[in-house]
Every structure is written in C-alpha cells, then in structure tokens.
Design a protein around this ligand. Structure first.
Ligand code: HEC
Length: 207
C-alpha cells in the first residue's frame, strides 16, 4: 500500500481499504469466511436448550433483548450506547462516543468469548447484565439472571433468530419519555434507563 493510500484510509471507520493491497484483501476474505460458531457444550445431550435455557429465552423476550440483538446473527448491526462508554474514551470518527456507543455484538458463541464488551471491561456475562443502562426496566432478579445467563451460554448456530421486538409505539407514555430525553439532552443530564418501562428512543442510532 502506498503512503498516500495509507494516509487516505488511516481512519479505521473511514474510507475502505478494499482493492489497495492484495495481502489485506486476502486477510479480509479469510476473516469473512469464518462464519461458523462452535457448538455450545452447555446444551443438553440432545443438543437442545436445557429447561433453564428455555426459561432464559423467555426472559430474553420479555426484557426485549432482541430489540438490538436481533436476526439470525443476534445483532442489528447498529451502534447503541448501553452505558459502556467511559469519559476517557475520546472520539469515534471525530464524534463523541457518548450517546452513540458501539456496534451491537453477536451473541452466538458467547460461552467461549469472555471477557465481554468492546474493551473486555466485563469478565462475566453477569457483569454485562448488572447494568441499569443495558437492562430495560427493573434490575434482573437472581432467578432471571441465572436463566438468562444459561440461555446466553447456549446460543450457537442451532439457535433460531429471536422474535422481532416491535419499535416502541407512540403511546402517551412514550411521548413523555421522548420529552424527558429531549429535556435531558438540553440540560445535559443523562437519563437513567432503569427508570423507563419502555425502550429509550436515545438507543435508536443509525450506523
Ligand atoms: C439498545 C440495544 C441493546 C439492548 C436492548 C441489549 N443490548 Fe446487549 N449489547 C448492546 C451493545 C451495543 C453491546 C456492546 C457494548 C460494548 O461493546 O461496549 C451489547 C453487548 C452485550 C453482550 C456482550 C457480548 C460480547 O461478546 O461482548 C451481551 C452478553 C449482551 N449484550 C446481552 C444482552 C441481553 C441479554 C440483553 C437483554 C437483557 C441485551 N443485551 C439488551 C446493545 C443492546
């Protein structure tokens, strides 16, 4: 790659590097070919969800995790701020990360991929979920946490895409939430999502 090409594409989220270096193109082709997730050893002997895992799938649905962890890859491919941005993180593509956040990761194979989150700040799945900004509604009970973690540990290529989560409707409550988010944006006060009974619209960020 020439120095000029390198300078033009040095921003990892900026102009694409495709076609500028055969080594990089080959590397990208190899990484793109890695589409299979190893089977989870946490499933029962027949390869289906355990009863704890099945209960966890119901928690996953009732807590609307599939709003972002959606589709057959358990990701919407978008960025969201779920409370993992620290003030020291600086900028992403020249913009503050707060309120924009990081790409939703797949949940396939998480039994094998600790530590978690973009910088490994969570050593366990419980650490990921002990977050009032990642969880909709009240904190998870101990039973819900156990079931949800059991389910997450069993998500592999055999798991079907989660049920679609409807985008929040415009009920009067949603309008109140929208107004509060707007007011919070003006005053610079960040709203804590554990006070919400609905999905905060500040989570919906395009790529
Ligand atoms: C608003 C969108 C959104 C919702 C709703 C959501 N997540 Fe996430 N999730 C994310 C994003 C974005 C990240 C990555 C954050 C980071 O890397 O800092 C993430 C990361 C994770 C991770 C870590 C995966 C890894 O490989 O590091 C797990 C596990 C997870 N979420 C599970 C859940 C569960 C279970 C629920 C429901 C209780 C849920 N998420 C709800 C957006 C969401």
């Amino acid at each position: 790659m020439s120095d000029q090409d390198f300078a033009n594409t040095s921003d990892p989220l900026g102009s694409p590097k495709a076609g500028l270096s055969s080594d990089l193109d080959n590397l990208a082709a190899y990484v793109s070919s890695l589409t299979k997730t190893p089977p989870s050893p946490y499933r029962d002997a027949g390869g289906v969800l355990t009863s704890e895992g099945l209960a966890g799938r119901a928690v996953f649905e009732s807590r609307r995790c599939g709003f972002c962890h959606s589709g057959s890859s358990f990701t919407d491919g978008k960025r969201h701020d779920v409370g993992t941005v620290k003030p020291s993180f600086g900028l992403g593509i020249g913009q503050p990360l707060a309120g924009v956040g990081f790409d939703t990761p797949t949940l396939k194979g998480v039994w094998n991929t600790a530590p978690y989150l973009h910088d490994g700040q969570a050593s366990t799945l419980e650490d990921v979920l002990n977050s009032d900004e990642h969880i909709i509604g009240d904190a998870l009970s101990a039973a819900e946490m156990g079931q949800l973690v059991a389910y997450l540990l069993q998500i592999d290529d055999r798991e079907a895409a989660p049920a679609a989560v409807p985008v929040p409707s415009s009920s009067p409550w949603d309008l109140i939430v929208l107004a509060s988010i707007f007011a919070a944006a003006i005053t610079g006060i960040r709203m804590r999502s554990n006070r919400l009974k609905t999905i905060p619209t500040s989570w919906e960020r395009p790529n």
